[in-house]
Design a protein around this ligand. Structure first.
Ligand SMILES: Nc1ncnc2c1ncn2[C@@H]1O[C@H](COP(=O)(O)OP(=O)(O)OP(=O)(O)O)[C@@H](O)[C@H]1O
Ligand SMILES: [Mg+2]
Length: 254
């Protein structure tokens, strides 16, 4: 059974950034193969990995509603299509979910898709899910449990409060979340005593332990602007070192 790691957090806090850094970590620690799932309908994890999006799962689902080749069962066709949608690289594959179906669609296509995703998942040691801001996507993915959820926040009192609320929202979901932690991203360096106190206070009052704090990083901005893969960042870049320490702690403790 693969281990599932997912991201949550308000828009623009750094979920996709953390996903790309985590993918780098998993590859370097040989915790592979990894299936990286871009579950944001406005896909952009591929950009941080310098990859082009081909077919999305949303398109596969649409296809399945139409005619399928006469010599194939619907299962076989689905399986083939999903494999076409996989973007393969060394140590990991990337799958882009694309546009979701309309709300309340329980069509057969979704069931076939869920089954195929289950099969596919068996091929990997880790599944990494980069979400968009909402939590609905986690239910859409047909995941039964999440081994670790990273809740990402900006470095502000209100941001941390929002992260706590998002973390509480995962309670009623039909997915078991085995462990989770807060990652405060883009923190100024040095961290002010006030912000440190605020973070500690928020953490002490909630069931969301602090995973760690990541600094604002010019190296990340440079990599994004020049369109270079985050996987190629040097290991001694401070934000990479700090992210790896967070992953050591969060994933090693499982
Ligand atoms: N530690 C950091 N230092 C500098 N820039 C950062 C850092 N983390 C994220 N950013 C920048 O902030 C922007 C938003 O980050 P990112 O796309 O990872 O957020 P997100 O939570 O995935 O957003 P969305 O909710 O839109 O998916 C990006 O331009 C990214 O490069
Ligand atoms: Mg994102």
């Amino acid at each position: 059974m693969p281990k599932v790691i997912a991201m949550a957090g308000k828009g623009g806090t750094g979920k996709t950034t953390l996903s790309a850094l985590l993918l780098k970590y998993l590859i370097e620690k040989k915790m592979t193969p990894v299936l990286a799932v871009d579950a944001d309908s406005n896909a952009n994890l591929n950009e941080l990995l310098d990859k082009k999006v081909g077919i999305t799962i949303g398109e596969v689902r649409k296809d399945l509603k139409g005619d399928i080749p006469p010599n194939m069962s619907r299962d076989q066709y689905m399986e083939m299509k999903v494999h076409q949608a996989l973007i393969e690289d060394s140590g990991y594959d990337l799958l882009v979910m694309g546009q979701p179906d309309g709300p309340g669609c329980y069509c057969a296509a979704n069931q076939y898709l869920a089954m195929t995703m289950d099969h596919l998942a068996d091929n990997y040691q880790y599944i990494l899910v980069d979400n968009e801001a909402g939590m609905e996507h986690l239910s859409r993915m047909n995941l039964r449990s999440i081994d670790h959820l990273f809740v990402v926040s900006d470095p502000s009192a209100r941001g941390i409060l929002t992260a706590r609320r998002i973390s509480e929202l995962t309670g009623p979901l039909a997915i078991e979340i085995k462990s989770k932690c807060l990652v405060v991203n883009r923190a100024p360096e040095p961290l002010s005593d006030e912000l440190a106190a605020k973070i500690n206070e928020a953490v002490a009052e909630s069931d969301l332990p602090l995973g760690g704090i990541l600094p604002a990083s010019n190296e990340l901005i440079h990599q994004e602007i020049t369109g270079q893969s985050y996987l190629k960042l040097a290991d001694n870049v401070p934000v990479v070192e700090k992210a790896f320490a967070i992953f050591d702690k969060a994933l090693g403790a499982e």
